[in-house]
Design a protein around this ligand. Sequence first.
Ligand SMILES: Nc1nc2c(ncn2[C@@H]2O[C@H](COP(=O)(O)OP(=O)(O)OP(=O)(O)O)[C@@H](O)[C@H]2O)c(=O)[nH]1
Ligand SMILES: [Mg+2]
Length: 339
Amino acid sequence: MPSPSYGVIFVGPPGCGKTTLLSAFGQYMTLLGRNVVSINLDPGNDNWEKVIQSISPEPSSIPSPPIPPRSYDVRSDVDLSSVMEAKSLGPNGGMVYAVNYMEKNIGGIIENIIKAAEGEEGEDKGNEGPVYYLFDCPGQVELFTHSTSVKNIIQELTKPLHKGGLLGCSLCGVSCLSCTQTTDVTSYISGCLVSTMVKVRLELGCVGVMTKMDMWGQQGGKDWGIKEYLEGGEMERLVDYLDVIGQADLGEEEEKDKVEYNSLTEDESAVRFGKVRDKVKSSRFHVRHKRLTLALCSLVDDFGLNGYLPVGVNDGGSVGTAVGECDKVNGVGEGLGGG
Ligand SMILES: Nc1nc2c(ncn2[C@@H]2O[C@H](COP(=O)(O)OP(=O)(O)OP(=O)(O)O)[C@@H](O)[C@H]2O)c(=O)[nH]1
Ligand SMILES: [Mg+2]
């Protein structure tokens, strides 16, 4: 009978940095002396081997000899490319099929996770404390919004042992949004909407993380200040920053102005901007678009689920702060190293 365990599950849109963040959490927690087991739940994760290598302690590190990182890769049970070939499906259909398969076979998958956590007989595990699982997820947002498979998988992982659960994992979600998604207001708003929806669907306590913060300023952070993007509150204020030029359905004369506006130099456009902006702002499209955006922003505000911790994977302090927040959410006690 396994003892209760802790875990973090990384979710967010494709390419936002989930797998890289898992690796950073793994390295940080290993240094704290935690009993880390990394779990790949992404049937299409081709970077998994690199992640496991990155979590391996340096040969010179303590304890010595180094403890091999323990892990489970769902691709040993269901692999995206094999599914696509066998079922003649594309990558998205293949992923939906693979995740449905995982849901139906979750009992066997959990047994394999437990075997990975127990390690080989007689193997030195270094730390005998509670197991800390790090779960990597696929990025396709439809898996969370249009299907209940991931939610049901999570329910099985978290089902308490005394209620017949196999793993009894106290789990915290880490909802990632890349700072590169703050280059324009509409991308940021849709990113916040998606992460709110995913948090609601997961039914888990979640920590929001803005990833790739070392890229802030190069690829992110226009219009609003860093504090506002991270706090994510009062989203309605963002509506004033909507890029009105280029979106409106203009009349013939305004279209001419718009073409002219786009070919102006920066100085000329500053003078002309006011005139064109006023026309565009009073266009029917803009008025409706603004009203819709306001409604969406207040929806996110009302749930109060927004807000991000800034994290760059090469900034150990930011990773440590995120680990500490996850510890608070899933109730990690003091005996589990640092935190
Ligand atoms: N500069 C920088 N790049 C990062 C950071 N985190 C991730 N990346 C890069 O972003 C890219 C995507 O990272 P992944 O960790 O694979 O993202 P993912 O969310 O797991 O992607 P999918 O599994 O495809 O959904 C990779 O090239 C990473 O090296 C970061 O903190 N800073
Ligand atoms: Mg990944």
